[in-house]
Design a protein around this ligand. Structure first.
Ligand SMILES: CC(C)(COP(=O)(O)OP(=O)(O)OC[C@H]1O[C@@H](n2cnc3c(N)ncnc32)[C@H](O)[C@@H]1OP(=O)(O)O)[C@@H](O)C(=O)NCCC(=O)NCCS
Length: 423
């Protein structure tokens, strides 16, 4: 077999790209799914593929995102433009021959050439991307709440019930209202990305084929006293047969964004009080979702899974470390090595302060504080994992006593990083 190499794809190769992606994930494309993938995932500036004798056998794409980053105390969250790697697949006939490895190398060159400081992705299997320098940067919690005994305890410091009202709205109205609320709310948590028009169009379309027999997506929006939307949730009803006569009725909560704690509480109250619904199933929420602390009987909320969501790779270590804010003022000399780096081990000097971070190459006389792999730097980058946890796991070395305490404080994030957008 002649050597197979990745190359960029042209606009008219979008349908072939969509068909190959679906085959890689075990489904057969239809006109509708091809149109949806081309509209939402195929960016001809970034899409790449590998051909074998005229057949497209491997694909990868990128959606550029604006990614919210941890801030210095009291400052607004900064953000960085990140390459969102997506549609990665190799046909079953061509696996384990190095095609993914070649595509990852091709993309890395693209990122560096186009000065993307960071690349992010969500992984179908968590064993795939560490070898390419991606670290597990955000985790989300899957929750189940039994609604019957879900009353709130006293919440003395929550503002009184916000003046305003809750409205259940259709998708046409949601299209006008909901993206604006999301755009504002997502800026308050590291890890959140923007949702472009095509992504919103796909989410709002809610085609039957994506429902797996569940109800249609519904929206509830909260409006403040002046009628301005300041929070929303999307959810769908689910019915499952339990024996011949009993149907279990649950609701899946897909999105919940609020501009204040009071509106957040009101949205949960609405969802927990929907008549007939016995259980709320919430596939992904931030690890520090406050609902547990609001319930009179917190055991009614069960965390049924904690799953990796965003994987992050610092493509340009200096630019990426310089882009985020830090929780403490310090100086750290960091040696970064391991898979995914282009030039082997490199040492950087990071200085953090109230104005952010600045990062340069370390000088030869400067003593190393931390030694870690590029993927490990990705894992601590958004504040989802403490450097001291990686040290305890045997993945990070403290070169100087006290360095870990300083690194924990600097890399911390008051809010757990979370990404509520699947891509
Ligand atoms: C995952 C996938 C893209 C891998 O492609 P591939 O061309 O077979 O990968 P490569 O041959 O380049 O493998 C590179 C290395 O990763 C390892 N690897 C590949 N897929 C792996 C997996 N699913 N789990 C663990 N390791 C994996 C290989 O064993 C190889 O290891 P080595 O370097 O030690 O030999 C391919 O199996 C696929 O399309 N799977 C279904 C769709 C999917 O899951 N896509 C990823 C979306 S996030």
């Amino acid at each position: 077999m002649s050597e197979l190499k990745p190359r960029r794809l042209a606009r008219d190769e979008g349908p072939a790209f969509a068909k190959t992606v679906e085959l890689c994930f075990g489904t057969v494309a239809t006109q509708d799914t091809i149109a949806a993938t081309v509209a939402q995932e195929f960016d001809e500036d970034w899409a790449i593929g590998v051909y074998d004798s005229g057949d497209l056998v491997a694909t990868a794409g990128v959606t550029p995102f604006d990614l919210a980053l941890p801030a210095a105390p009291g400052s607004p969250l900064p953000s960085v433009r990140a390459a969102g790697v997506t549609c990665v697949g190799v046909l079953p006939t061509h696996r384990r021959r190095g095609l993914l490895t070649k595509m990852m190398g091709f993309q890395y060159a693209q990122f560096r050439e186009r000065e993307m400081a960071l690349a992010i992705l969500t992984a179908s299997e968590s064993s795939i991307y560490g070898r390419f320098g991606y670290g597990l940067a955000t985790t989300h919690a899957s929750l189940e709440v039994a609604t019957k005994r879900s009353g709130f305890r006293e919440l003395p410091h929550l503002e009184a019930e916000p003046a305003g009202k809750m409205r259940v709205i259709g998708k046409e109205e949601a299209a006008k209202v909901v993206p604006g609320v999301h755009a504002e709310a997502r800026r308050s948590r590291p890890g959140e990305v923007d949702r472009g028009e095509a992504r919103w169009a796909g989410m709002l379309e809610d085609p039957e084929r994506d429902r797996h027999g569940d109800g249609a997506r519904m929206f509830v929006v909260h409006e403040d006293a002046s009628g301005s939307p300041d929070g929303y949730a999307s959810f769908r009803h689910v019915w499952s047969r339990e024996g011949a006569w009993k149907v279990r009725h649950a609701a899946i909560v897909e999105d919940l964004y609020a501009l204040s704690p009071a509106v957040h509480a009101n949205l949960w109250r609405f969802l927990l009080d929907i008549d007939l619904v016995e259980e709320l199933s919430v596939p992904d929420r931030p690890m520090d979702e406050p609902l547990r602390w609001m319930l009179a009987d917190p055991r009614q909320l069960r965390t049924v899974a904690a799953r990796d969501m965003l994987w992050a790779k610092l493509v340009d270590v200096r630019a990426a470390l310089g882009a985020r804010g830090y929780g403490a003022e310090t100086q750290l000399v960091i040696e970064v090595n391991g898979p995914g780096t282009s030039e082997g081990a490199e040492r950087y000097c990071l200085e953090t302060g109230p104005g952010g971070g600045s990062c340069r190459r370390a000088r030869s006389g400067e003593r190393t504080d931390l030694v870690l792999g590029l993927a490990d730097l990705g894992a601590i980058y958004l504040g989802g994992c403490k450097p001291s946890v990686l040290a305890c796991a045997g993945r990070l070395h403290e070169g100087r006593p006290g360095a870990l305490v300083r690194a924990d404080a600097a890399f911390s994030s008051p809010l757990a990083p979370y990404c509520g957008t699947h891509f």
